[in-house]
Design a protein around this ligand. Structure first.
Ligand code: FAD
Length: 538
């Protein structure tokens, strides 16, 4: 049996950070276990390859939720990265930290050390912003964050102008002093290529003698000695292996798999474990509970002016932009799909923006099932405008189906299960319509394809949200951080309540969903976790 000081389960957004930081000073041996394989894959590195990896089993867990009662019993498709870099290798690359208020809320929920001033240094530490460092942004961290301005589609300027016409300020940096306003997004990319955490943190560290990375290594159980974690059992190429942790086991397997692994190891809701024939090692009701996710509603427009559809639909357009990308790493294939957007308030009296907007100068109304047809857009000029309420109050849960670690968990997102969330998504729809009526966008819109101008009343708009809204792929909080062992899974030092030598550090620990995309805060959690672990290291 092999022995290490630290064993990290999952080489995703947070896990790669931990593997790098814990092995950095050379004093500790670190084992990083990843269920997926290498990220040396053209579709991962090329930003628009997102459309390919979205449904690719070799790099993606491809989860499906249970039917959502409030979404007309629709099943949601939940991609998650199963590859070095985890979901940072297959995501849409938008770099957003969240609002300062989000982290102040985390602190107020009983988590000292997680307020905005506490977490800002870790955001900065992780980042190299291509506009340079300032009071908010990092200048020499591993994750490169790039402005897309050189290759932005010109329609993004119409979107920003429309925002200003309805009194939203222009914000040149959503990750600066304030998140509020409309503008263009920055991406986790460098030189026109994706900047996953595998690229940012593991590549520079992979030759360290004290870091061992095991790929295609699926952790199946945390081994325990009473109430102390002693190591991890994993399956690799058909063989069962066990590694011992002298100091700690750290779960960074993501918001679906970290709670799954705890439950499989006998740490979870006692009734559930007994029902699945698993010995209860430590009853912890919160494991798998408090699940939160962003739900967005898309509006599709036919455009009077050319959009990316006109560039990417014809075969010669694909060829030209493909060649341009290969030769120069420039052009539309070097960017994410969400080029512009913003954070705005849908009504007065709110503490901070409650809606996130996305503007994509491309549309794909007839994507065949199982395809994200980014390279095969509509044969006419079209674009997409969408909005997501940033702080949903609906809470879901997940649970193992059986004691088989290879069986996917049951996911119950419970979207729109509160009246508040129904009102918020209705306001999101109205806000998109309001923006589309502003002169700069109205001038370029030929017609609304979806939901269509016949959908007008509140009832019809809500019915449309139930029929068409979808996940933005931000599940969090299933191993929630907080002070109450009865409901929270980890404490503010990310230690699992009631178990020694075991932490969780990934998006599952978020006390609440951040206002925006979740990759940057998951990376911050990795940085902060490493800081906490090494704090008393001498
Ligand atoms: C399609 C998509 C688009 C997205 N777009 C954006 C975006 O534009 N911007 C943004 O900020 N966020 C985006 N996100 C969300 C963001 O990427 C995630 O919130 C973030 O990556 C989560 O990080 P994590 O460390 O919690 O988990 P992950 O990055 O998912 O890492 C978990 C890792 O653990 C591994 N693992 C799981 N179980 C085991 C096991 N038993 N044994 C060994 N290894 C295991 C997994 O294979 C994976 O590599 C998107 C996500 C998806 C899926």
């Amino acid at each position: 049996m092999s022995e290490y000081d630290y064993i990290i389960v999952g080489a995703g957004s947070a896990g790669c950070v931990l593997a790098n930081r814990l092995s950095e000073n050379g004093k500790h041996s670190v084992l990083l276990l990843e269920a997926g394989g290498s990220d040396l894959n053209f579709w991962i590195w090329m930003p628009i390859g997102y459309g390919k990896t979205f449904y690719r089993k070799s790099v993606n867990w491809m989860y499906e939720t249970e039917p959502n009662p409030e979404l007309n019993d629709r099943v949601s498709y939940w991609p998650r990265g199963k590859v070095m870099g985890g979901s940072s290798s297959i995501n849409a690359m938008v770099y957003i930290r969240g609002q300062q208020e989000d982290f102040e809320d985390w602190k107020e929920m009983g988590n000292p050390g997680w307020g905005w001033d506490d977490v800002l240094p870790y955001f900065k530490k992780s980042e190299t912003n291509d506009r340079g460092a300032d009071a908010y942004r990092g200048g020499d961290g591993p994750v490169h964050v790039s402005t897309m301005d050189r290759d932005l589609h010109p329609l993004c300027q119409d979107f920003i102008a429309a925002g200003q016409e309805v009194q939203y300020p222009h914000n040149p940096d959503f990750n600066g002093a304030s998140q509020e306003g409309v503008g263009t997004y920055q991406n986790t990319a460098k030189g026109g290529m994706r900047m996953s955490t595998a690229r940012a943190y593991i590549r520079p560290a992979q030759r360290r003698p004290n870091l061992r990375v095991e790929k295609h290594a699926m952790a199946t159980e945390i081994t325990l000695d009473g109430k102390r974690a002693t190591g991890v059992t994993y399956r690799q190429r058909g063989q069962v292996k066990t590694a011992k942790a002298r100091r700690e086991v750290i779960l960074s397997a993501g918001a679906i798999n970290s709670p799954q692994l705890l439950q499989l190891s006998g740490i979870g809701p006692a009734d559930l474990l007994r029902d699945k024939g698993i010995a209860v090692r430590h009853a912890a009701e919160g494991v798998g509970k408090h699940l939160q996710d962003h739900l967005a509603v898309d509006f599709l427009y036919r455009s009077k002016v050319p959009t990316l559809n006109d560039q990417l639909y014809p075969w010669y357009g694909k060829l030209w932009h493909g060649m341009r990308y290969v030769l120069t790493r420039r052009g539309p294939l070097s960017l994410g799909v969400n080029q512009a957007g913003g954070f705005v308030r849908s009504r007065p009296g709110l503490r901070s923006p409650n809606m996130q907007l996305f503007f994509s100068p491309v549309s794909y109304t007839k994507a065949p099932p199982g395809q994200r047809a980014l390279m095969n857009p509509d044969p006419f000029s079209g674009f997409l405008l969408s909005a997501q309420p940033t702080r949903p109050t609906s809470r879901g849960h997940l649970e193992i189906r059986s004691s088989d670690p290879f069986e996917p968990v049951e996911i119950h997102p419970n979207y729109l299960s509160t009246d508040y969330d129904v009102q918020e998504i209705l306001e999101a729809s109205k806000l998109v319509r309001h923006l589309a009526e502003a002169p700069s966008l109205a001038n370029v819109i030929e017609s609304e394809i979806a939901p269509g101008s016949h959908v007008q009343s509140d009832e019809d708009l809500i019915a449309d949200c139930r029929a068409r809204s979808g996940t933005v792929f931000h599940p969090v909080s299933t191993c929630r951080m907080g002070p109450d062992p009865a409901q929270d899974v980890v404490d503010a030092r990310l230690k699992v309540h009631g178990i020694e030598g075991l932490r969780v550090a990934d998006a599952s620990i978020f006390p609440t969903l951040t206002s925006g995309n979740t990759n940057a805060p998951a990376i911050m959690v990795g940085e902060k976790a490493a800081g906490l672990i090494l704090q008393h290291d001498g």
